[in-house]
Design a protein around this ligand. Structure first.
Ligand SMILES: [Zn+2]
Length: 477
């Protein structure tokens, strides 16, 4: 048996280094103890230099065990294959200045349209990841000794207590860079090896948001706009956190934003500032809740009101009251389907007849990641890949799968699109609500209302997304 056949790397050790690091230094982790990592390396390697460099990189003592070059090559291809989960675009920093690093990091995250930056401290190093299209992507690894200056800088900018390292803290940074300006919400959480920092980038520029680019199909757009044009009633968007509801709300507000309308919003947080709209930031600690703001709004002669989220009975009641008194109210609610909002409101003790007389439009939405056009690959498709209960109306012979390349940070996906299910409430459906009939599938089918799953499936059929991405939705096809 050949040597590389005898070598088995332990899974827990494989993650000591990233794929890029393994290939760059042509090393493989053999053993880890408290104070030393042992790596296999090529026989031809300069042991002193190599161990020195890896020590700086990982912040631990490193020992090397040379084995034939050919074995290293084979083992690298076995244990550090290019797959979607383990491939990352790391930059290991040798030259480092905390101020510059933070500035570059935020600018980079902003230009990549990232929503969050995560700075995490582990035993010997600090990892910096950013969230792009909903997925975490590792961007930088720092040494342990580079981490304190970065945390302190962030704490100073967000007016947090530098000395406090045992309790969670929350703050805010108003970030100005060249001509850009936006808010960053800062959350600091003490963990085992140090404080984990999450920076949420709140883009203040809503210029790019446009109802036409979100992902509405032509039919869905028509029914949605019909609701938006009505002078009163509640337009409710449902979906889990991160399904893009807020973006749809802002796009709708932009459309409604006319000199002739008084628009008021209560939000948590205010993610974008819209010129011409009176936006209020929720502050529960001082009693500025969704329902309290709504009460005041009604005395402010509004035309359109946006409530960030209906999450309690009091807010639900105030929202209904606002709609009954002739206002158009936009809001979001946590349910899985468009029609589910009806039962959710009834669960919140709103009498069905009031839901029936105020609900104008209910829409569910999800964000679907789109396959990276640079690296998606076509494969043979068989229908046993679908969930068992799913019955496709058409057989596909091939499909596209995620791969991973430099363009998509090795995730296989690039960009996202929302899929919707829009139900416009008319007299017929209002009657169903009054009767608390939760089974209206036939009515929706007759009207040609497409479900979330059908709209998502269409993206898959067109080769724009993967089966994996829409799989959870197919259970409710
Ligand atoms: Zn790609």
């Amino acid at each position: 048996m050949s040597l590389e056949g005898d070598i088995k790397l332990l899974t827990e050790n494989i993650h000591l280094i990233t794929r890029e690091q393994a290939w760059h230094y042509r090393i493989l982790p053999k053993h880890k103890s408290d104070n030393q990592y042992l790596f296999y390396c090529e026989e031809s390697a300069d042991l002193n230099n190599l161990s020195g460099e890896i020590e700086i990189l990982l912040g631990v003592n490193v020992a090397l065990e040379p084995i034939p070059n050919i074995h290293i090559a084979k083992l690298l291809s076995t244990y550090y294959i290019k797959d979607n989960s383990d491939s990352r675009a790391n930059h290991i920093l040798h030259q480092y200045d905390a101020d510059d690093f933070l500035l570059n990091l935020i600018s980079e995250a902003q230009s990549l349209k990232s929503s969050d930056i995560h700075i995490e401290k582990y035993e010997s190093r600090c990892r910096v990841r950013i969230r792009i299209d909903g997925l975490m992507v590792e961007r930088y690894l720092l040494h342990s000794d580079q981490y304190p200056a970065l945390i302190n800088k962030i704490k100073i900018l967000s007016n947090l207590d530098i000395a406090e390292k045992r309790l969670p803290q929350d703050g805010r940074i108003n970030f100005k860079h060249s001509d850009k300006q936006f808010d960053i919400r800062v959350s600091v959480l003490p963990t085992l090896h140090g404080e984990k920092v999450v920076l949420r980038l709140l883009s203040n520029d809503a210029a790019d948001i446009d109802l036409n680019n979100l992902g509405f199909s032509a039919n869905d757009m028509n029914s949605y706009l019909e609701g938006v044009k009505r002078p009163n009633g509640i337009i409710l968007l449902s979906g889990p956190t991160g399904s893009g509801k807020t973006t749809t709300l802002y796009a709708t507000l932009k459309l409604l934003n006319k000199e002739t309308r008084n628009i008021l919003t209560i939000e948590d947080p205010v993610e974008y500032t819209l010129e011409g709209i009176n936006q209020v930031q929720l502050k529960e600690s001082i009693g500025l809740t969704f329902s309290a703001a709504l009460r005041t709004f009604l005395r402010q002669d509004p035309d359109v009101i946006m409530v960030g989220e209906i999450r309690d009975t009091e807010t639900a009641n105030m929202t209904i009251r606002a709609a009954l008194t002739g206002h158009l109210v936009l809001s979001t609610i946590h349910t899985n389907s468009a029609w589910g909002t009806v039962s959710r409101l009834i669960d919140m003790k709103i009498p069905p007849f009031l839901v029936a007389s105020t609900l104008n439009t209910t829409a569910a939405q999800r964000l679907i990641r789109l396959l990276c056009p640079h690296c998606k690959t076509n494969q043979v498709f068989t229908s046993d890949l679908y969930p068992k209960q799913f019955k496709p109306y058409k057989n596909l012979t091939s499909h596209f799968v995620a791969n991973g390349c430099e363009n998509c940070f090795y995730t296989g996906y690039k960009g996202r699109k929302a899929v919707y299910e829009v139900i416009s409430i008319d007299h017929e459906l209002a009657l169903e609500i009054k009767n608390e009939n939760m089974y209206i599938q036939n009515i929706l089918k007759d009207r040609g209302v497409k479900s979330l799953a059908e709209n998502a499936f269409a993206l898959f059929e067109e080769g724009k997304t993967s089966l994996e991405e829409i799989y959870p939705l197919l259970f409710n096809y």
